[in-house]
Design a protein around this ligand. Structure first.
Ligand code: BGC
Length: 808
């Protein structure tokens, strides 16, 4: 133990209290004994520190902070230095505002384009995710505070995120869903790590022996603290036993007493509790901020960071298509700017990552600063999706009069939010109709898309050019104009594949998991790992992005994990290229994706310049995770190193021979045929069981069984008691009402997807475990006796809380 002098002074109850929050954002302090408190705050692309009423869903306003581009946007930069700079800036703002732990970056794998939080996550690829998250963590922590990468692990859907069990085989778990975390933990040593809400293979992530003890602490040597997601703790005693430290937000004295009782009854060793307190103290003491936080950022910080947000947006915007020399705009042509997003930028998503920006640039205000000979503009469509013939006709009339039309469109706020998965990946019909109508009167149409997740682009073949700005943060508007006019040469590349239609998505049939489980039947075949394996046509491949200049590749050499390649800018403009290295291995014995990203680098080149680029391949570049002996292993044989500008634009190739294991007999071709072919859209139960190595767990609720702590509020639909069913009806009616108004109510969604147990975990001690039992008793059909018990337990719990207050 490092801090016996502090720990020996703490009572058992004090130690137990330290394992939980004091309120929504802070931990307990025991000044006399030498225990400082810390402040934790979201989020991944801007600080969300609330001064007034606290909530974890971004509902109430927070102090102004810089809204940087979201992770899905930053990831398109493929630029680790840039992302480290963004991290540094995030960390500096955290320090100024008195935040010790920044709850980010979010690093779950974007398994399906409909995942509600995809805009907050980096990529469909674990290497890109891991490297970028690692850079951000380094940047944040260079300020002496902690980053808290999240959500560990296998959390790719929002529907019933607190209860749906992610059923995944060990190899997929390691290679796809954990590899990013492995890179981040090993290369940037985050001081905090947030577990996810969901169970993984039947055990809640926050109390998962395999995820925490074996892998995080054991294999990766993690030295930081582990925090639950807000309300995500299930069995806190078990969490503490398995290495989780902090249950957030706060379960009050009743929560602490659960740990005390566990020690007294021998379920939890006091020495283990001491060890957790010691580990937590070690982190708390390292991340103290010398000056108390202010209520607003320094003016100078706001200014410099707006500039960093702007550079980040410039580097992240992707030019998807450019024909007929549509872009950059010459400045001489007459242009119409059309779209609601012109007037109010679409720049971030909704939920816990919501930032109250220090300023918000809008295209309409900035366009005067560019040399357009003539720009007229109009709204074109309604943001809420409703038809408006007046706006449409105005846009058509305007389009007839100009040389080129630029349409600013994309996903609206309602489509991208924590707490809600999308139900389709289409753009609003009124926007699609607008493009069609304009295209019929003007041949030269440029689309500027905004939105943090994949959408279908049915008009892609009919327009001249498409720029994708993703969610480019508070300074994104200027960056978009820079790219349109050529002041900045685009260099972003997609962090995810754009399929032609949703029906092309490999796990379309298994997403989201609806009742008890989410079956990861698609295994390793996520994103390009699938599309490239089965050679499915896609709209835009992973890693795709154009430039106003051209790049040539040559001089590939491979030595061990080192790859060298020469890239030349053969055009007349300075620009940046993202060099991507993939490994390919044909094998009869081990099924694999056709290629996997193993390294990348962004290089800036003046016109005519060449550079030698050195890349280090990822640790597991040549390995697969062998589930038979639980080890990463190299299969002996030939490996192709592919170097290119996207997963489907490979320019150079080199083969190396490696020694390794003889994998004969590991996977039988016939038994694992689906996984050898990669055709995972229809994986039979038999095939998935073979992959899992165990029977598939029950996926349906037992609708007759009484509701329990880990059932979700949405299951009140099946409640025995009419009161329970009425509550369900009220919640769903309110949800529908708010959706109709065009502003989904996140609080209601949170409650709908929340488990009964979370009532205890989210109410700062107002409700204890026994009271949740009573609530369940009521909804399970014992109204009168249940209410009686609830009232009795309410007063008992009040007493416990009061006794705690008088001890303070
Ligand atoms: C989110 C986390 C967030 C936390 C605190 C949760 O609902 O899942 O990502 O950090 O709230 O706001």
């Amino acid at each position: 133990m490092k801090y016996p002098n502090i720990i020996n002074k703490l009572s058992l109850e004090q130690k137990a209290m330290l394992m939980s929050g004091k309120n929504t954002w802070e931990t307990w302090t025991f000044e006399e004994e030498g225990v400082p408190s810390i402040f934790l705050a979201d989020g991944p692309h801007g600080i969300r520190k609330q001064l007034g009423s606290a909530d974890h869903l971004g509902l109430n306003e927070s102090i102004q902070a810089t809204a940087f581009p979201t992770a899905a946007t930053l990831a398109n930069s493929w630029d680790v230095d840039l992302i480290e700079r963004v991290g540094e800036a995030l960390g500096r703002e955290a320090v100024e505002l008195g935040v010790n732990v920044l709850l980010g970056p979010g690093m779950n794998i974007k398994r399906n384009p409909m995942g509600g939080r995809n805009f907050e996550y980096f990529s469909e690829d674990p290497i890109l995710t891991g490297e970028l998250a690692s850079a951000m963590i380094k940047g944040i922590q260079s300020n002496g505070i902690a980053a808290s990468p999240k959500h560990y692990a296998v959390n790719s859907q929002e529907l019933r995120r607190m209860s749906v069990d992610s059923v995944v085989d060990e190899r997929t778990l390691r290679e796809i869903y954990l590899q990013g975390f492995e890179i981040a933990v090993e290369t940037s040593q985050p001081k905090f790590l947030m577990t996810s809400y969901n169970p993984v293979n039947g055990v809640y992530a926050n109390e998962h022996e395999h995820l925490l003890q074996d892998i995080l602490y054991g294999e990766w040597g993690y030295k930081g603290a582990v925090v639950t997601d807000w309300g995500g703790s299930n069995d806190h005693v078990e969490g503490v036993r398995q290495g989780s430290h902090l249950e957030m937000p706060a379960t009050g004295r009743p929560g602490a007493l659960e740990l005390v009782e566990a020690v007294q009854t021998g379920r939890l060793d006091e020495s283990l509790l001491d060890q957790r307190v010691d580990e937590l103290l070690d982190v708390l003491l390292q991340i103290q901020i010398p000056n108390p936080g202010k209520d607003s950022l320094e003016e100078a910080t706001k200014k410099t960071h707006h500039q960093i947000a702007y550079q980040a947006a410039q580097e992240s915007i992707v030019l998807l298509k450019n024909t007929n020399q549509a872009l950059p705009l010459s400045g001489k042509e007459s242009v119409a700017f059309i779209g609601d997003f012109l007037y109010e930028a679409r720049y971030q998503g909704a939920g816990s990552s919501t930032v109250n920006p220090t300023q918000l640039d809008n295209l309409i205000d900035l366009k005067e600063q560019y040399n357009f000979s003539e720009v007229q503009h109009t709204r074109g469509y309604r943001r809420d999706g409703k038809e408006d013939p007046g706006l449409l006709n105005e846009a058509i009339d305007l389009s007839k009069k100009v040389d080129k039309v630029v349409i600013f469109m994309g996903l609206t706020e309602i489509s991208e939010s924590e707490g809600i998965d999308r139900t389709h990946i289409r753009l609003e019909k009124n926007q699609l109709d607008l493009v069609k109508a304009i295209r019929s009167v003007n041949e030269h149409v440029v689309i500027v898309l905004s939105g943090g997740s994949v959408v279908e682009l049915p008009f892609a073949d009919d327009v001249d050019a498409i720029i994708h700005s993703y969610l480019s943060g508070q300074a994104g508007a200027r960056a978009i104009l820079d790219i349109l006019t050529g002041r900045c040469n685009p260099s972003g590349k997609l962090n995810e594949t754009y399929p032609l239609t949703y029906s092309d998505v490999p796990n379309e049939k298994y997403f989201p998991g609806l009742e008890l489980t989410a079956e990861y039947r698609d295994g390793l075949y996520v994103g390009y790992r699938y599309y490239d394996k089965v050679e499915a046509p896609v709209r835009y491949p992973f890693g795709h992005g154009l430039s106003y200049t051209r790049f040539a590749y040559g001089g590939l050499t491979v030595e061990g994990h080192r790859v060298q390649v020469t890239v030349s800018n053969t055009g007349d403009l300075a620009g940046s290229e993202v060099v991507q290295v993939y490994v390919q291995k044909a094998s009869e014995y081990v099924f694999r994706p056709v290629k996997e990203l193993v390294a990348f680098a962004k290089v800036h080149l003046e016109a005519g310049e060449s550079k030698v680029v050195n890349l280090e391949l990822s640790k597991h570049a040549f390995e697969f995770f062998n589930p038979q002996n639980n080890q990463w292993e190299v299969e002996a044989g030939a490996y192709d190193i592919l170097v290119g500008a996207s997963s489907r634009d490979i320019r150079l190739e080199e083969t190396v021979e490696l020694e390794g294991i003889d994998a004969k007999g590991l996977y039988h071709q016939t038994q694992f045929e689906t996984y050898f072919t990669g055709k995972v859209k229809e994986v039979s139960a038999e095939d998935f069981e073979a992959l899992l190595g165990r029977p598939i767990p029950e996926s349906h609720w037992d609708k007759k069984a009484p509701l329990t702590h880990n059932d979700s509020i949405s299951q009140l639909y099946y409640a025995k008691s009419p009161i329970g069913r009425l509550v369900y009806k009220v919640i769903t009616a309110l949800i529908e009402r708010s959706n109709k108004k065009g502003k989904p109510n996140l609080n209601l969604y949170f409650n709908y997807n929340m488990t009964f147990r979370a009532i205890q975990k989210m109410t700062l001690g107002m409700v204890n475990h026994a009271m949740v039992d009573d609530i369940l008793y009521i909804v399970n059909g014992h109204f009168f006796s249940g209410v009686g018990r609830l009232v009795k337990n309410y007063f008992l719990n009040q007493k416990v809380n009061k006794a705690g207050e008088s001890n303070d």
